[in-house]
Design a protein. Structure first.
Length: 80
């Protein structure tokens, strides 16, 4: 996956600064799963959605992806 951010806007792997100064971190499914399981949640559903958006005025396609999940607080005790 190639990110569309210009050079100099990448802080580290998957971490970028947008033009307006906000930070954006791009998670992979396995990262999201791990974070929620460590926090004591069970993963009911986790998937990556993909959509192509066409900018007709500028004449190019933008490939959008996002991770969406459903999580349930585990009834088991989690030790960190």
């Amino acid at each position: 996956l190639k990110m569309a951010e210009p050079k100099g806007h990448k802080i580290s792997d998957n971490f970028y600064v947008r033009k307006d100064g906000t930070r954006a971190y791009y998670f992979a499914e396995d990262e999201v799963r791990s974070l929620f399981e460590q926090a004591g949640f069970e993963v009911e559903q986790l998937e990556t959605h993909r959509r192509r958006v066409r900018n007709r005025k500028e004449g190019y396609d933008m490939h959008r992806r996002w991770v969406q999940g459903t999580f349930v607080k585990s009834t088991q005790t989690v030790s960190l």
